[in-house]
Write a new protein. Structure first.
Length: 435
């Protein structure tokens, strides 16, 4: 005998059967959450694949990948990034500002590769420094040490290589996340999963991992305390730092140069004004070079002085406290209203070409301040780029002062020169020698 269901119960039974199916449709592989996760996963894998292609295709041009394993070029280049380098074209040379990869040794005397920026080109080679390092690299690079110049930066793609040696939990998390992404990215089938789908997932994961760990060189560098920099990723040469036609001048101002009355000032170089023509109280008892009042020599010197100031500001600068005293290592430093006091020792560390550049909104040198040059430091390589005015009280200062505003020097002894781009220079007595 056939079993029958009352007609009034048919609707409720159908609802009982379709409700679980509806729930499975929403949360299952056919629902919109699964669809959204599939889109996110595919997007992630597409980004990874694109980065891999970008990193691998230049290999056909002979470019060589370097996986960065330290933070000495941050924030321009971070650990886990891949830098592609190549030789410079025939007829060109490595210049200031270029990011290069070169062979050197670690502090443990182990051979390593560093990716740093050229900060100076010398007759005997290149001086290099990491953008995030306060100090220059020790030694001088020669062309035989250089593997190539940075051409392309591919972010993140070398992170698995970095994690292998520094952060295994991060590597495991990445592998798991990528495996899940591959699984979610595979389109669901209405029937049971085929073995081929698992194979596709494994192969896709292997491709991502293989691309991330593509044959490359591990590039190291010693990390130091400075982590902020305004540097940008580029391979163009920075403008040279040179006084040019400013070199013969000790004093150069836009408006006027004024000396105290009968102060027996001694000025080693020339005195110039442009476009102004006012030079006051520089008379017979004083010792000085030529006086150039808005002459071609003064105008040319002012032009080169402005070029010099622009070159100084183009350098990556490390933030520094406004108060300057004690020992200072080579580098470019930026601050607000600079104040110098006490004994300031500029320590070149045995490098006679080391530069000291101080950039500030103003400069005040306190009484009895003494700037000392140590271990090969030279006044010719010391620069004060001031965007406002400067006041030099009774002190001993070294270097070239390039100020936008006026400069006042009271019984100051200076090995260098003073330049006011938009103001005047005045003092009660000078003693200025050539840098």
């Amino acid at each position: 005998m056939a079993t029958t269901v009352p007609a009034q119960n048919i609707g409720s039974a159908a609802e009982e059967r379709t409700a679980p199916r509806r729930l499975a449709g929403v949360l299952g592989r056919d629902g919109w959450p699964r669809f959204a996760l599939m889109l996110v996963s595919r997007g992630y894998l597409l980004v990874m694949a694109t980065l891999i292609v970008v990193a691998v295709l230049p290999l056909l041009l002979g470019w060589r990948p370097m996986v960065i394993l330290s933070g000495s070029m941050e924030p321009t280049v971070s650990p886990g990034d891949v830098v592609l380098v190549s030789d410079v074209p025939e007829g060109e040379t490595y210049g200031e500002g270029m990011v290069i990869a070169f062979d050197t040794v670690s502090v443990e005397d182990q051979p390593v590769v560093k990716v740093h920026r050229i900060t100076e080109v010398r007759d005997d080679g290149f001086v290099t420094q990491g953008d995030a390092n306060a100090d220059r690299d020790s030694g001088v690079r020669i062309e035989a040490d250089v593997r190539g110049a940075g051409r392309l930066l591919v972010p993140f793609i070398g992170s698995p290589v970095y994690w292998m040696g520094h952060d295994l939990p991060a590597l495991a998390a990445w592998l798991l996340a990528t495996l899940v992404a591959v699984g979610l990215a595979v389109p669901p089938s209405p029937g049971p999963r085929r073995p081929g789908q698992a194979t596709v997932a494994v192969l896709a994961l292997a491709a991502v991992a293989a691309g991330s760990a593509s044959p490359s060189v591990h590039a190291y560098a010693a990390f130091s305390t400075r982590t902020g920099t305004a540097a940008s990723w580029h391979a163009a040469a920075l403008p040279a730092i040179a006084p040019g036609r400013l070199a013969p001048f000790s004093l150069l101002a836009a408006n006027s140069v004024t000396d105290g009355w009968l102060t027996f000032t001694q000025i080693a170089g020339d005195i110039g004004t442009t476009p102004g023509t006012n030079v006051t109280n520089v008379s017979f008892p004083d010792s000085h070079g030529a006086i150039e009042k808005n002459t071609a020599a003064a105008r040319n010197a002012m032009t080169d002085a402005r070029t010099l100031a622009t070159s100084l500001e183009a350098r990556p600068a490390a933030p520094r406290a406004n108060s300057l005293t004690g020992r200072v290592t080579p580098g470019t430093y930026s601050a607000g209203a600079l104040s110098a006091s006490g004994t300031i020792t500029l320590d070149a560390g045995g490098d006679s070409s080391a530069r000291f550049v101080f950039i500030g909104s103003s400069l005040t040198v306190a009484n009895n301040t003494n700037v000392v040059l140590a271990n090969g430091a030279s006044a010719a390589n010391v620069y004060w780029r001031i965007r406002g005015g400067a006041t030099l009280n009774t002190s001993t200062l070294r270097g070239t002062v390039l100020a936008d505003g006026s400069i006042t020097a009271n019984t100051a002894t200076l090995t260098g020169r003073l330049v006011s781009f938009n103001g005047s220079i005045s003092a009660s007595r000078y003693l200025i020698t050539a840098p």
